[in-house]
Ligand binder design. Structure first.
Ligand code: FES
Length: 584
């Protein structure tokens, strides 16, 4: 890279490579001179520095085994970048693992998105490869990249392999919950619990069922943000490494073509993502994350339109927790290409992808497919309607959702007596007490686990079955909260009640003994008290919103939005909402 006088006259939007985003010293020529001097300290030549620069967001961390293959992926991405004539530059960002994030990973997702956005902006790069996998990382990266606005491509770390426990195939984390449930019910002893603990996570990589990580991997490909076939290869396979190399090469071409992220994250892309979410029996968290990503590009998710879409979108993917297979089976069955082929009549084929071709063109390129039993044909689905239904009623005037494909059909039309827990601590203290007044047909209600309530909307919506009922063989009950639930969980569980109780939503006014009606058929969640009584309770029991004195928690509590807006910070959303998706 030879410096010229024009280096001082170009404006930022025209600049490329190392000239992008110069540090401000009041003299652009000097800024470039200094930058080059420092990078040459790492041994770079002018020839290398003249190439398009491809940033690689490295989320490898000893605390994140879901990203344990990050070093191999980075090596392969770099190979792809260099084969295509670019200069790879990896850089660290925050990494979030579900089990190593207190109070909950969702509390940190927006922080990671800010880190990603600002480091992509601050450092010179013509395109960025985002390496993510564990639940919150992919949405955080897509949110940040959407706001940064440069060409961006997602690289998924890939799923873990399944393990084997006493002859039974197991994988995180549906089987984690199942085995823990057995332990709580006294069906297995501590020794067996310790044995299975060794087998549930058989390799590095993300959870092997259709939890949030797998959901977001499929959504990223459906959005057009990965190379074709980028969602399904397990973390430790050659296919995953090949995807990484291809991703690096594609990033260089995107930089050359100026294929910025706004050209890909269109309403049609979000519609495809929602269609896929519904058809895979995906995690309910996918809706929250899609709302947040859409909000970054000025789009709002129309929840009623999403529900209508759900009624006409069958669940086709036979994966746990809704079905029986694991991610590695989905990959062997052809991955997303097989799903897209089955779903084709319902997809927006005109949506552009990172390849520069449309989704329809990509589907054509994958050929006719082959016989397999993981993705069902559209006329023989796992479940006739989309996995997720949107509910409303006086208990959730905004909305609430239920993952009907993971619920007990017998409980989806149910009226019962409320057994209320005021917060997560109250739940822990009382749920297993022998004197808890609870019966199998009651409705468990948990307050104050919404975006502000906990804070961070933890995955505590999967309220455990009270111990005395679990021991009596009760496997499922209607459960309601303003929190989230892991995509690996199952049960008749109403989530994301909006507005949440901590900001004074009607959920705050539910009392033990009230009656509650759930009707998934009518999309209804109702507290069976009169409007007058509810209004009286609201007057007499005014909710004080939580606050904090300082730091990230203060920022979080002051600016976090509700579930229907993606639990993003209000100041990170696009300044203007210009449209809704999906089409109504
Ligand atoms: Fe990382 Fe499940 S804990 S994907």
């Amino acid at each position: 890279m030879t410096m010229t006088s024009s280096d001082t006259s170009k404006n930022n939007s025209e600049e490329t490579g190392l000239r992008k985003g110069l540090t401000s010293y009041g003299d652009k020529g000097f800024s470039l001179f200094l930058r080059k001097a420092f990078i040459k300290g790492a041994g770079y030549t002018d020839t290398a520095l003249d190439r398009p620069v491809i940033g690689i967001a490295n989320t490898g961390s000893a605390y994140n085994p879901c990203h344990g293959n990050a070093p191999q992926l980075i090596e392969a991405v770099k190979r792809g970048v260099m084969l295509a004539g670019g200069l790879p530059m990896d850089f660290p960002t925050i990494s979030i693992h579900e089990s190593f994030s207190a109070p909950t990973s969702m509390y940190l997702r927006n922080l990671m998105s800010m880190d990603t956005e600002e480091m992509v902006r601050a450092q010179p790069m013509d395109a960025v490869v985002l390496i993510g996998g564990c639940d919150k990382t992919v949405p955080a990266q897509l949110m940040g990249a959407a706001s940064a606005g440069i060409p961006a491509i997602q690289l998924i770390t890939g799923s873990m392999l399944t393990g084997s426990h006493r002859g039974e195939r197991v994988g995180a984390c549906t089987d984690c919950r199942r085995y823990w449930g057995k332990f709580r019910a006294g069906e297995i002893d501590a020794e067996e619990a310790a044995d299975v603990n060794n087998q549930l996570v058989a390799s590095v990589g993300t959870c092997s069922v259709m939890g949030t990580a797998s959901t977001m991997a499929c959504i990223a490909e459906a959005l057009g943000m990965t190379v074709p076939g980028g969602a399904s290869p397990p973390a430790v396979t050659a296919d995953r490494i090949r995807v990484a190399e291809e991703t690096g090469a594609r990033a260089v071409q995107m930089a050359r073509d100026g294929l910025t992220i706004d050209k890909i994250l269109t309403p049609a892309a979000f519609e495809n993502a929602m269609r896929v979410l519904l058809s895979i029996g995906g995690s309910t968290n996918g809706i929250v994350h899609l709302a947040a990503i859409a909000g970054r590009v000025g789009l709002e998710i129309d929840m009623q339109a999403l529900d209508r879409m759900g009624r006409e979108t069958p669940v086709l993917l036979d994966l746990k927790p809704s079905g029986q297979h694991y991610m590695e089976d989905f990959h062997k069955a052809g991955g997303m290409a097989t799903l897209f082929r089955a779903l084709k009549p319902l997809l927006r084929l005109d949506a552009l992808t990172v390849t520069g071709r449309t989704l329809g063109e990509e589907i054509e390129l994958t050929g006719p497919g082959f016989a397999q039993d993981v993705v069902r044909p559209i006329d023989n689905p796992i479940y006739p309607q989309g996995g997720i239904a949107v509910l409303s009623g006086n208990l959730a005037p905004g909305c609430a959702i239920i993952k009907q494909s993971a619920a007990d059909p017998k409980l989806m039309e149910h009226e019962g007596r409320a057994v209320v827990f005021d917060n997560a601590e109250d739940l822990v203290n009382r749920i297993d007490r022998d004197d808890l007044d609870v019966m199998a047909d009651d409705v468990l209600v948990l307050k104050n686990i919404g975006p502000k309530g906990a804070p961070g909307m933890p995955e505590a919506g999967y309220i455990p079955i009270p111990l005395k009922l679990a021991r009596a063989g009760v496997k499922d009950m209607v459960r309601i909260s303003d929190g989230r639930m892991s995509g690996t969980a199952f049960g008749t569980i109403v989530l994301h009640v909006t507005p949440e109780s901590a900001v004074g939503g009607p959920l705050a006014q539910v009392r033990s003994g009230d009656r509650i009606r759930l009707s998934v058929r009518n999309r209804e969640i109702s507290l069976l008290v009169s409007d007058e009584e509810l209004a009286r309770r609201m007057r007499e029991n005014v909710v004080t919103e939580p606050t904090a004195d300082r730091g990230y928690r203060k920022l979080f509590l002051q600016t976090v939005t509700q579930a229907d807006k993606g639990v993003d910070f209000d100041f990170l959303r696009a300044a203007e909402i210009t449209g809704k998706t999906p089409r109504s």
